[in-house]
Design a protein around this ligand. Structure first.
Ligand code: G3I
Length: 378
């Protein structure tokens, strides 16, 4: 898989030559000026510390749980947030803005405003985009989940959605999470929760990959899930399925682990080994949604020991990806606690990201940066 990282390096070199933020472009040699103080800071950025061809990403906050909070839309309203988003990362994943309920609120109406804005932001900042997601059991609009459609209609609806959405962004999305969370923890296909598999049978998964590939032949097409960091029943199910689909010539290009980790549980020590077995099938691999939550003390502020343990989890997850040749994309599910989904879903847990609510860097941030730098200098 060595050629994969090499192949993406050229794209990265072009991307990184684009000014990161308006006004921070470095002057040409003839300008006769000394390097501005912030040009030093540039090398302290995660994206600049990374080896060539290795993308460091974050989810772009918006939609989903944010709609229930008392702050405005983070991506469009928070200047400091946007500045860090553009500076630190070379890949972005819309957190909710490309999901069905967001993009396709009525059967005959799409709303691309938020997704378009993210893709345009990414292009201005020399970032690639991970598209998330096309075939999932969750966050589907009511018109779809509660509609009374025949099998033929449902199939046509999925195909039309894929063709429209993937076609709109063709050539501008690096990786698509085509199928998200299609297995349960026992490694059984979600034949009840997932409307597509329930109504159309498992073969629809292969069709979805084919349709995405037709609409954007350049995008890399992924299976994405949580709880598949280790070798276990669920990741075994993906291993068997991807082998089968590859043998049939279905355009599957990658397997990604979300990595929503918790310090309540040990670090998945066989992550690298697990990624390697997918790599050996000829697939790309990726870490797509890393965060590390913890039980917060009464003060709400994590102890030094907790921060250290969290930093260690972040470092180990990154090291596992860096160690696997075809693992070129490493994304955290948000970079600041200000907008994290964790406290909304897990009572008493939090502090899962690499920056505080005030955007102060935690040990986990520095752990990522030093690990990237070491890999770059290797
Ligand atoms: O759909 C209900 C709606 O009926 C209800 O009226 C409304 C008010 O409470 O809530 C709506 O559900 C919200 C949902 O987004 C849909 O907008 C949930 O409360 C809200 O918590 C949810 O959050 C998103 C979550 O996906 C949904 O699964 C998060 O913002 C987002 O960070 C999270 O991201 C997922 C990835 O896509 C896939 N992997 C796991 C990851 C974390 O859960």
């Amino acid at each position: 898989m060595r050629s994969l990282r090499f192949a993406t390096a050229a794209v990265a070199a072009v991307a990184l030559s684009v000014p990161l933020v308006a006004g921070t472009a470095t002057a040409g040699p003839s300008a006769g000026r000394q390097a501005a103080p912030h040009s030093e800071a540039r090398f302290d950025r995660l994206r600049s510390a990374a080896p060539e061809g290795f993308y460091v990403g974050t989810a772009v906050a918006g939609g989903g749980h944010h709609l229930e909070q008392d702050y405005p839309d983070p991506f469009t309203s928070d200047k400091e947030y946007r500045k860090i988003l553009g500076r630190q990362f070379s890949s972005v994943s819309p957190e909710n803005q490309m999901k069905w309920e967001f993009l396709h609120p009525e059967r005959d109406r799409y709303d691309f405003k938020a997704a378009d804005a993210i893709v345009a932001f990414a292009e201005r900042h020399g970032q690639v985009v991970r598209g998330h997601t096309l075939l999932w059991h969750s966050q589907n609009p009511a018109w779809l989940e509660q509609g009374d459609f025949s099998k033929e209609e449902l199939r046509a609806i999925l195909r039309e959605h894929i063709t429209t959405v993937v076609g709109r962004y063709a050539g501008r999305i690096q990786q698509w999470d085509v199928a998200n969370e299609i297995f349960d923890d026992r490694g059984t296909l979600r034949t009840q929760d997932n409307i597509w598999i329930r109504e159309l049978g498992p073969g629809i998964v292969a069709d979805a990959f084919r349709w995405v590939h037709e609409a954007d032949p350049k995008a890399k097409l992924f299976f994405n899930d949580y709880g598949v960091e280790s070798v276990n029943a669920k990741s075994n199910a993906y291993y068997a399925l991807t082998q089968d689909l590859l043998a049939q010539g279905v355009p599957v290009h990658g397997f990604s682990v979300q990595a929503h980790l918790s310090t309540r549980y040990g670090f998945p020590g066989d992550l690298e080994q697990n990624l390697r077995r997918f790599d050996a099938l000829g697939l790309e691999t990726a870490v797509t949604e890393l965060d590390v939550r913890m039980d917060l003390p009464e003060s709400g502020v994590p102890t030094d020991a907790q921060q250290k343990q969290q930093a260690d989890y972040y470092r180990r997850a990154l090291s596992a990806c860096l160690a696997v040749e075809g693992c070129n994309s490493f994304t955290i599910w948000g970079f600041t606690d200000k907008y994290s989904w964790v406290p909304v879903f897990f009572q008493g847990e939090g502090s899962a990201t690499v920056m505080t609510e005030e955007f102060d860097r935690k040990p986990a941030f520095y752990a990522l940066r030093s690990t990237l730098k070491a890999a770059r200098e290797d």
